[in-house]
Design a protein around this ligand. Structure first.
Ligand code: FRU
Length: 490
């Protein structure tokens, strides 16, 4: 058996061996992409071709830690129902002995082509980094390009933290943005170009720490992505090494964007301020694609590096993808909403209108659950604080708080009493303190909250007990009116 066949057999054996344990876990999600076993991290190769969405993912099939990475592969006709396909990339070549790291996909003349980072570490821990291609005629089986790697290590002045190529085509040329680090330990995004995906040349630095008035902005930038929206160019990236500042940058690493204008001749992005894409606890390495309907879609890892102590590890698996989101640009800010296709999951609609709550906490008949979508529009009468408690236990020990405070004008997600797993609080300011619209997606162990039509999003894992299903509404220091509330089981 060759190395690839041997590794694939080991993966399949391990999936088989751990299946029973994995499936015993109540916290397995019902409508999110998860690994069959082991660890999932970044989304890779997100693309829509011939009516099919493909998503690949960083996959460590042998353990719930970050080890030897493969590319897992799922496909879907509608971004809702995903089918699992055979492993797309197996680290079986000399240029990827320590994993097939993150990258992207393009459609090159009908051939689905993956561009990814081959990661190599020698015994002394020294890293080599190779950008590579793998090509498929059938969208399922991928062949590594025979002259891989197409980029050997990093350009001068940078370290071997050089990875995560995102490729697109513009005006007959291919472009690649890639995450990098200068020898002075400054994060960078670099632009390369190629006529054929095989030979690449450096165009220049797109943006970076201590470039263009951006002071001390991280020691490494991972997973960059560049795309056009309404005549602007957006750079998404994940800076590592930012200090927390009030409500900002509270997770270990960030994921956010610049809006600007990219100069394709020298690579420079003339950009504004950095904005975080998500205000919750678990969100990293987002990747976008434009689909055949012309929508800019985003999926991210619903996890974060160096936080591997989630309760699911006892069942042999960890992490998941976020729901797919549609992006729109309004006044230089990205608005994010769940894709409309998710509405096909809705069952058993319950609706309420015009409910006033004043200095009390209430429950509403038939409004409870663990796997549901909630759409709620609240109008403030004179309450000082109000909100919703989700996944509450009967004995009152477990609850996840979504609380708006009109004095601070901030919305808070509190998972200190959510059950097992990490606790903590995240907050953000909102533009209006008189109206609040929440679209909440709850799964067995996750929450995604889209606020005020996508102005902000909070994405988090929580691990309440199976029986913690009550939902409570409260107002303090005055009243609120729930104008409209709809709940569906998903
Ligand atoms: C981001 C990341 C990437 C890398 C991959 C390895 O989470 O560290 O930079 O390619 O994960 O799995």
């Amino acid at each position: 058996m060759n190395k690839k066949a041997r590794l694939i057999k080991e993966v399949n054996d391990n999936i088989e061996k751990t299946k029973e344990l994995v499936n015993e876990d109540y916290h397995r999600l019902k409508y999110h992409i998860m690994p069959p076993t082991g660890l999932l991290n970044d989304p890779n190769g997100f693309i829509h071709v011939d009516g099919t969405y493909h998503l690949f993912y960083q996959f460590h099939p042998f353990d719930t830690s970050h080890g030897l990475k493969f590319w897992g592969h799922v496909k879907s006709p509608d971004l809702v129902r995903w089918e699992s396909l055979p492993i797309a990339l197996t680290p079986d070549q000399w240029y990827e002995t320590h994993g097939c790291y993150s990258g992207s996909a393009v459609n090159k003349g009908g051939a689905l082509t993956l561009i990814y980072t081959g990661n190599v570490k020698d015994e002394a821990g020294n890293r080599e980094t190779y950008q590579c291609l793998a090509i498929s005629d059938d969208g399922v089986n991928f062949k590594k390009y025979k002259n891989n790697p197409v980029i050997h290590n990093q350009p001068q002045g940078y370290t071997r933290h050089f990875r995560d190529p995102k490729v697109w085509k513009k005006g007959g040329s291919w472009y690649m943005v890639i995450g990098a680090q200068t020898i002075r330990r400054e994060g960078r995004a670099l632009l390369f170009t190629s006529p054929n995906l095989k030979g690449w040349s450096l165009v220049g630095e797109v943006a970076g720490s201590n470039l263009n008035n951006l002071k001390d902005f991280g020691y490494m930038w991972e997973c960059p992505d560049i795309f056009e929206m309404d005549d602007r160019d957006i750079l998404i990236f994940c800076p590592q090494g930012l200090e927390a500042q009030g409500d900002f940058y509270n997770n270990i690493y960030q994921a956010g964007y610049f809006v600007g204008k990219l100069n394709y001749n020298n690579g420079k992005l003339d950009h504004g301020e950095f904005t975080e894409l998500d205000r919750g606890f678990e969100f990293y390495a987002p990747q976008t694609t434009i689909d055949e309907k012309g929508r800019r879609l985003l999926i991210a890892w619903m996890g974060i590096p160096e936080r591997e102590d989630h309760p699911t590890t006892r069942y042999g698996w960890i992490h998941a993808m976020t729901l797919p989101r549609v992006l729109e640009l309004k006044n230089n800010k990205i608005y994010q909403n769940p894709v409309a296709e998710l509405r096909t999951l809705r069952k058993n609609q319950i609706e309420y209108r015009g409910i006033e709550i004043r200095d009390e906490e209430i429950e509403l008949k038939n409004i409870y659950g663990d796997v549901f979508e909630l759409l709620i529009e609240i109008e403030v009468i004179d309450a000082v604080e109000f909100g919703i408690k989700l996944r509450c236990s009967r004995d009152g020990t477990e609850e996840t708080g979504v609380i708006y405070n009109r004095k601070t004008r901030k919305l808070e997600l509190n998972r200190d009493n959510s059950g097992k797993g990490y606790g903590g609080v995240r907050r953000c300011s909102l533009s209006s303190d008189l109206q609040l619209k929440l679209n909440i997606f709850s799964d067995t162990s996750s929450l995604e909250m889209f606020i005020n039509n996508g102005e902000e999003v909070f994405t988090s894992r929580i691990y309440p007990a199976k029986t913690s299903k009550a939902i409570k509404f409260f107002a303090k220091g005055g009243g609120i009116r729930i104008k409209n509330l709809k709940k569906w089981d998903l």
